[in-house]
Design a binder for this molecule. Structure first.
Ligand code: PEP
Length: 249
């Protein structure tokens, strides 16, 4: 059985004062029946761990370098995230692929290092609006999946998030059929590559304009094991209904 996962990506948002939102979420979900992961800016991971105390809410980074240490000004390594209290890291988010020109090969190198450091990697894939109209979405997703996911992946250290770029922050959500088609495809590809044991144990998240109002419908889609949430993860009042919908799914 795959344990469901509600993950929040705070992006470049949040100061220490915003940790009160994490505290409120921890109080609202003291004994959650799903996994909860919050990925704040790297500067907040260590103080957030203190704020969360014994809460089962896990923390993650939003990117890491493919090397352990060295002359890489401004970068953060997987080991550093782990040392700060992170248990996971988001890799290959479309904002990294687009704004920082990250390729799937680079994402795989980062994921290799992160998995070796003991972090769970949340690897993001997704097609642009242009790609959905002009080409076959499944070809795009298939190529990103095979190139971004390292061979060392297991059900414990890999989570895959399908995030159509046109749905991120736009309020536009694909139809249940569109989400289901991609998730079924990703599951089949993972089973083909890693065997059915590992392939069936990897959690598949949907991401893109998930809100309290649409969460239950999204979580009823087969092979959707949870969500990666951007905007609605910043406030406990917005994220908590999504966690509850996942618990009830
Ligand atoms: C994201 O950026 O990963 C995301 C899903 O954002 P939003 O929920 O705001 O669409």
């Amino acid at each position: 059985m795959r344990r469901k996962l509600a993950a929040g990506n705070w992006k470049m948002n949040g100061l220490r004062a915003g940790l009160s939102e994490m505290q409120a979420l921890a109080e609202a979900h003291a004994t959650p029946t799903v996994d909860i992961l919050l990925c704040p800016p790297a500067t907040l991971i260590a103080p957030a761990r203190v704020t969360l105390g014994g809460s089962p809410i896990a923390l993650g980074g939003q990117d890491c370098h493919a090397e352990t240490s060295g002359a890489f000004t401004g970068d953060v390594s997987a080991e550093m995230l782990k040392d700060a209290g992170a248990r996971a890291v988001i890799l290959g988010h479309s904002e990294r692929r687009d704004l920082h020109r990250e390729t799937s090969e680079e994402v795989r190198l980062k994921a290799n290092r992160a998995q070796a450091a003991g972090l769970m990697t949340v690897i993001c894939l997704g097609e642009s609006a242009f790609q959905r109209e002009a080409t076959n979405t499944l070809d795009i997703i298939g190529a990103q999946l095979s190139l971004s996911v390292p061979d060392s992946s297991t059900g414990e250290n890999l989570v895959v998030a399908y995030e159509p770029i046109w749905a991120i922050g736009s309020g536009q959500v694909p139809s249940p059929e569109q989400i289901g088609e991609v998730h079924t495809f990703m599951r089949a590809r993972l089973e083909h590559r890693f065997g059915s044991g590992v392939g069936r144990s990897v959690r598949l998240l949907y991401g893109g304009s998930v809100k309290g109002e649409n969460a239950a419908e999204i979580f009823s889609i087969p092979d959707v094991d949870g969500a990666l949430v951007g905007g609605a993860s910043l406030k406990a009042a917005d994220f908590s209904p999504i966690v509850t919908a996942l618990e009830e799914a």
